[in-house]
Design a protein around this ligand. Structure first.
Ligand SMILES: Cc1ncc(COP(=O)(O)O)c(C=O)c1O
Length: 422
């Protein structure tokens, strides 16, 4: 199989060999249902309990605060819709939900669903560096939001928010009588920067979302780490699994994999971050020499993430060419029409749509090497010069038909209607 170098770890990560090893018995001999009373069931229950402890330990939480879900999307939905569905005494009165303008669609969409049901959706502005704008945040707090959601690290730019600071400000400002719950999507931050739920909880954060497949675990497992004072209405009602908050027979193998992945993710975190930062520095020095504009380059970001664009260069075209040349990277704009829709994150940062359409994300992993970064820069240089030449030759111009246009012309189905970079 043609196997390009994988530079898309914010989309997903390869399963760590030790994770697979830990999961295999639960896909073969240990197939018990964790609710069964016999030995098969008890073995499955013990495995889930251990994974719960591993995940809790990795993020500085108590095991009883960990609710396993099918992933980050479900955990975000569970918190947002769960809080809205259950206030202190029954249904929470429809109030204001404040989310940052750069949230992942699995926060944005449930928030929009609440808005359609009568809540007022308040987007928190970010500045040109992708950081929450403090003046706007203060104004938003005067509107007494009942629910606030701010991601710890952005999946596109990698920019890290000081969520503890915002949570302290929110708990200090909001009326004591109001139940204002503060949620943090930590899917991209987990395993890349240290996470401490106890500290965040003391600052006023009530819930954290985690996902296994971004940290070397399997797809289809995640967790909501939840302050037990928050009452939630489950999305899935049934047999009462996960303290009644997420019914359904547990995916034991995936949960076991998540536990091991969580433990591995925080082992030698600093050493891994240092190696990733060094690779990224090398990458960005090369990108700058090639004339790239690097988004949010001056602020604290995940050590593995670089998001950039070249003027007048379509991101999807570049990504397609790089893929064929042996490098798997991501484009920041999704094709929803003849013109690829620029990323909502870049638009929120005030980046011009023309430049945003050129966005390309490289997200490195610990398996990548400096050698691969050097090779990537050489291939990128060559690709850029080919594309420039084609652009200026009348016959070659067709390459610049974007993937979206090509798909429309070929009547191929569209993947998605919004610009979504996972
Ligand atoms: C910031 C962020 N939140 C949530 C998710 C969703 O996680 P999952 O894929 O486990 O549903 C993603 C995944 O792309 C993400 O990047």
């Amino acid at each position: 199989m043609f196997a390009p170098v994988y530079f898309d770890h914010n989309a997903t990560t390869p399963l760590a060999p030790r994770v697979l090893e830990a999961m295999l018995p639960y896909l073969t001999q240990q197939y018990g249902n964790a609710s069964s009373r016999h030995e098969y069931g008890r073995a499955a229950r013990r495995a889930i309990d251990e994974a719960r402890q591993q995940v809790a330990a990795a993020v500085g939480a108590h095991p009883t605060e960990v609710i396993f879900t099918s992933g980050g999307s479900e955990a975000n939905n569970l918190f947002i819709k769960g809080v809205a569905g259950k206030g202190v005494a029954g249904l929470l009165p429809k109030g204001v939900i404040a989310i940052s303008a750069i949230e992942h669609p699995c926060v944005r969409e449930p928030a929009k669903q609440l808005a359609r049901a009568g809540w007022r959706l308040r987007e928190l502005a970010v500045n040109a560096d992708c950081r929450i704008a403090s003046t706007d945040f203060s104004v938003a707090l005067t509107e007494q939001p009942a629910l606030i959601s701010i991601m710890l690290a952005n999946n596109e730019t990698g920019v890290i928010q000081d969520v503890a600071q915002w949570a302290v400000q929110a708990s200090g400002t909001l009326k004591k009588s109001a139940s204002a719950w503060f949620h943090v999507d930590a899917v991209q931050a987990f395993g890349r920067v240290p996470l401490d739920f106890r500290m965040l909880n003391a600052a006023g954060v009530h819930a954290l979302t985690l996902s296994a497949h971004k940290i070397g675990g399997p797809k289809g497992a995640g967790a909501l780490v939840l302050d037990k004072r928050v009452a939630l209405q489950p999305l899935i009602a049934g047999g009462g699994h996960e303290r009644g908050l997420r019914s359904g027979t547990e995916n034991v193998a995936a949960i076991v994999g998540f536990g091991v992945a969580a433990e591995l993710a925080v082992t030698d975190l600093q050493t891994k971050a240092t190696a990733l930062s060094a690779m990224r520095r090398l990458l960005e020095e090369g990108l700058s020499q090639l004339g790239a504009y690097i988004f949010a380059a001056q602020v604290e970001r995940l050590p593995n993430t670089s998001y950039f664009a070249f003027a007048d260069m379509d991101g999807e075209t570049l990504v397609g060419r790089l893929d064929r040349a042996g490098f798997a990277v991501a484009a920041g704009a999704a094709c929803s029409s003849a013109n690829p829709a620029p990323s909502h994150v870049l638009l929120a940062m005030g980046i011009a749509p023309e430049l945003a359409r050129g966005a390309v994300r490289v997200s490195l992993g610990v398996q990548n090497t400096q050698h691969q970064v050097h090779d990537f820069l050489a291939v990128l240089k060559q690709t850029l010069s080919e594309l420039q030449k084609m652009k200026h030759s009348p016959q070659g111009n067709t390459e610049f038909i974007t993937t979206a246009q090509a798909r429309m012309q070929a009547h191929l189905p569209r993947d998605n209607d919004v610009a979504t970079l996972n």
